[in-house]
Design a binder for this molecule. Structure first.
Ligand SMILES: [Zn+2]
Length: 501
């Protein structure tokens, strides 16, 4: 039997069951040094060059808490609307793991630094779903094992394994949701939206570089099902280290379908960890899940408790930035955008660029129009992101200003933008070098109008006779003669005046 046959059709799953999710996100903090020692916290260094007796767990080495990591933990908690503990401790979580040199992880157990909050996440259609936050606690990362000789890079089939302890002791915050119920068919989407919002929040706080692909943000997705009408949680599985937003959604969806197939046949779900396979979109069993008793937690004797003063917490609250979604709401109001317009702007990755263009003096409507149409098209043609185009919001604002001053037509403005994108310099330099400024000198225009009328006497006659629509042909001829650099409206006025209209 193949894995695919072992799952239930998704529509049937959500007709018969209610999903319950629990999401655990590990975030590596971007502190300069590790959680309990002075080793550098950097990604990608030569293996085992960022280590010392403390993070190698050598006998007698004593840890010291990184104050900056505590500060980041509190700021994350405040941004997640959490309470901040008045007093909390670290705990030892005991388990044997080759990439954990101490054979225990210094973590927090029943005394997390922050707890009981929520995050409101926006789904694709604009609906807001509130995800409860159980807790966020501080801990340290493990080292990394590198399995050599096998085809998959997994331990199975490997000839030997290498250990890199550079990551051992890197500060981690683990953020744990309360059970997420009531999402129904949208549970996979809620999971994705939650991780996405959390990622945005952490980025805005500046506490982590949140690169899922490098593992600085990792998501474990717990899934269980309840038969419709029941409120008793089923047995859950935990899909570990899902490393992209899309995979979070796919992994939750797959596990819902797999659980449903097992339960519908009268089977039982094993409480276990699972691996998500990106290529097949399926999960496979990992280890049987330990319960917390298996870890024999006890208070860490080498570290003093943490008791953040209320004054400090309030100071930190003042450092919270405007949250990305608050900013979107504000901008939407200020720029008077519909939900759809805002969504297009966000999806195009244009929000910041437009905001900076507005800050540089452009009207929001003009700024938006440039970024989501002409510039989006240019980015698309070049196969790059909008933000990677070699034009700055300030330069776009200057082009918009030149149009507003009547020095450029929209058509000429696009040529100026082309010049800037081609590396020809500032907008004003491109105007100068390419000779793009609108011909606003009436005597020059008058000469071109007279010539065009003389060249098409029959048309001129019609206009004189009152057929003002015929003026279009003369205007076109003048625009051609001035290579598009005339203001068409002004030309039309001159043509009509010359014909006594
Ligand atoms: Zn160290």
């Amino acid at each position: 039997m193949t894995a695919v046959a072992d799952i239930m059709d998704y529509d049937e799953v959500v007709e018969r069951f209610d999903p319950v999710l629990g999401l655990e996100v590990h975030v590596e903090l971007n502190t300069r040094t590790k959680m309990f020692c002075g080793c550098a916290n950097v990604f990608g260094a030569e293996p085992n060059t960022q280590v010392c007796p403390v993070c190698l767990g050598l006998p007698g080495a004593l840890p010291v808490v990184n104050a900056k990591a505590v500060e980041s933990a509190i700021r994350i908690g405040l941004a997640l609307n959490c309470e901040v503990a008045e007093w909390c401790r670290f705990a030892r979580k005991n388990y044997f793991y080759p990439d954990m040199p101490k054979n225990f992880q210094t973590s927090q157990y029943d005394e997390p630094i922050v707890f009981d909050g929520y995050l409101d996440v926006e789904l694709e259609d604009g609906e807001v779903f509130r995800v409860g936050i159980e807790r966020a606690h501080m801990e340290e990362d493990t080292g990394k094992s590198l399995h050599v000789g096998g085809e998959t890079g997994r331990i199975h089939g490997a000839e030997h394994s290498l250990l890199d302890y550079n990551r051992a002791g890197v500060p981690l915050i683990e953020i744990v949701t309360k059970p997420i119920t009531g999402a129904g068919a949208r549970a996979p989407e809620v999971a994705r939206a939650y991780v996405k919002a959390l990622r945005e929040l952490l980025l805005a706080l500046g506490v982590s570089d949140v690169r899922m692909e490098q593992g600085s943000l990792r998501c474990d997705a717990n899934v269980s099902l309840m038969p419709k009408g029941s409120s008793e949680f089923g047995t859950r599985t935990e899909t570990k280290n899902v490393n992209s937003l899309r995979s979070v959604e796919r992994a939750v969806r797959y596990e819902m379908q797999r659980h449903a197939a097992v339960l519908a046949e009268g089977g039982t779900i094993l409480q276990e960890t699972r691996h998500f396979d990106e290529s097949t979109g399926t999960t496979s069993p990992g280890r049987r899940k330990e319960t917390s008793e298996d870890y024999r937690y006890f208070p860490e004797p080498d570290l003093v408790p943490i008791a953040p003063s209320r004054e400090w917490v309030e100071e930190l609250r003042k450092t919270l930035p405007e949250m990305p979604w608050e900013r979107r709401k504000r901008v939407q109001q200020e720029w008077q955008l519909s939900n759809e317009e805002l969504r297009d702007l966000v999806n195009a990755g244009a929000l910041d660029l437009v905001a900076e263009t507005v800050d540089a003096g452009a009207a929001p409507g003009e700024a938006r129009s440039w970024w989501v149409s002409y510039l989006a098209q240019q980015a698309n043609n070049r196969g790059v992101e909008l933000g990677e185009l070699s034009i700055t919001p300030k330069q776009v604002a200057r082009v918009i200003e030149l149009v507003a001053q009547g020095k450029l037509t929209n058509k000429l403005a696009r040529q100026v933008v082309d010049g800037v994108l081609a590396g020809e310099g500032e907008p004003d330099e491109v105007v100068e070098a390419r000779g793009l400024e609108v011909v606003s000198d009436d005597s020059a225009l008058q000469k071109a109008v007279d010539e065009a009328l003389a060249a098409q006497p029959d048309v001129a006659e019609k206009i004189r006779g009152g057929k003002v629509q015929a003026a279009g042909a003369i205007v076109g001829a003048v625009m051609k003669a001035t290579k598009g650099k005339a203001d068409a409206k002004r030309v039309r006025e001159l043509v009509l005046a010359a014909c006594g209209q």
